[in-house]
Write a protein that binds this ligand. Sequence first.
Ligand SMILES: N[C@@H](CCC[C@H](N)C(=O)O)C(=O)O
Length: 552
Amino acid sequence: MARHLQHQYIILHVVQQRPIPYGGGTGAAPPDPGHERICHADDQTRTTAALPQATPAPYTMCGGGTHPKAEPDHHELAKSAEEAMEVVDIAHEPGADICEPALNEAQLCIVEEEAGTVDQEPFPKIEPANTLMCCITVDQVLPHSIAKMLQHGSIGDAVVDYAAIAHRRTGVGCDQVVTIYRSSSTDCLVTIHNADGSQAEMCGNAAMCVGKLLMDELGTTSASMTIGDRIVLAEKSKTGMIRVNLGKPKLAWQDIPIACECDTLRVPLSIPKYPQPVGVNMGNTHMVFFVASVRNCKLEELGPLVEHNSIFPQRTNVCVAEVVTRSQITLRVWERGTGETFSCGSGSCAALIAGVRLGVTERKCTVSMPGGDLLTEWQESGDTVELSSVGKVAASMCVVPASMCVFAACIAAVLIKTLGTKSGSALESPFVGFSAWAVLTVVTLLFFTLQALERAWYVASITAAKYRSFAAVIAWWLSLERNKTREALVDGRAAPEGCGDGSFHRGIDPKEPDPRPCKGNGRQRVGSMLWLLDVTDSVAHQRELCKNSILS
Ligand SMILES: N[C@@H](CCC[C@H](N)C(=O)O)C(=O)O
């Protein structure tokens, strides 16, 4: 029996435990898809119209032609991983397909030239939120039918512009927008949209955050969520750790999905200095490259190249993983539709699974990312994968429906008056002198008025989002709050980390490149926290919550 959320939640973000000192990339724009080349097992003709007509590139994918191996001195681990995988040029195998050069030559040069460079700049000291997710619930205030329409991306003419909400300058600024709906079979249904507006089938961090919200709200230590095609179970330990079971990984090439038949332990991509990745579907698609050093990787180059390669019909998330010990992986993730992230729960699970399959890790690993550590375990029994926070998940929330509160207060007042009158006791209420029926009528009218106002507000805001003005208004609001934060910083009342560029204000050119990764993500955090639509005290309250979560 599904239990329902009582409140409307907004905003989430996940834990951060400690910063990790390696360089992070910038959110590069996806490459021109025309620069990708693909091999389909059943596509011998290949589309060349969109391809740059450069001199033949010396690299291939899906086998064929030259097949450079990872340089031994550069990626020893990659080499050993390759050995473990017994990498062979599948074009030499019977039935192997003939393939196009994998990548545009120019792009390959970039990868080659820069793969060896090291961004020495330490990763910014990150504040608690590592992956910022904005969470909106709608169906507590909107009729279910409208919520359902929203779920499909539209409400009448209006379109929920997730990309606008997620925009780092003109929107709230987040990696994913997470939406919670009612569900008849589990405690809630969760949808996830990436920063580019595309829908993702899974998000481990969102699962932990929503799980925490649910359990806090329901007063339970377990909760269930429908995410994509999975039912995800969340549990809370006594110490506040959140654990989610993301279910079984899918490992067959069709399930990843990959466009051509292959062994998912060595997905036929051939990229200089990188081993062939391991493909894992953890609800969503991941390619895991094991490398000697994640810091040496130019993920902002590798990520988009792989993400958009049409060997992946649904694109893919791209992970570079470094095995530190058999129970410790360092990971960076380029997220499909978002870019490099501070933390990726499903990517952590994918890295674990890939490591286990290659025989380079145990079934239980700590995965360290720029935003903090996550614990992962691929259970032998049941075969499912569990993901846990190391510390407390900071899933802050705000409680909305004002009308509900007023309604509840008024009902209480009526009861008090009625009971008080009947029992002849000295109970008092603000409605002394009025009949209970009169009060009830007023309260009911008030309730419906507030409900109507709320609905109107939501419909208006969603409609406005279509034109991005809503996001702009929010951005403006955030800039006010942000200035306050900055003033506080100057006053020494807050920690000195955070985005200091002061650029988050209305009127900024939305075409400006996404500034991610922000030096410290205070802005996003504040931004997320302020995604309040009709609440009360909550800015201060949210700050407090967040401060606590930093400390915890
Ligand atoms: N971009 C991903 C979804 C995001 C995954 C998330 N960061 C996580 O924590 O799992 C996709 O499109 O699959």
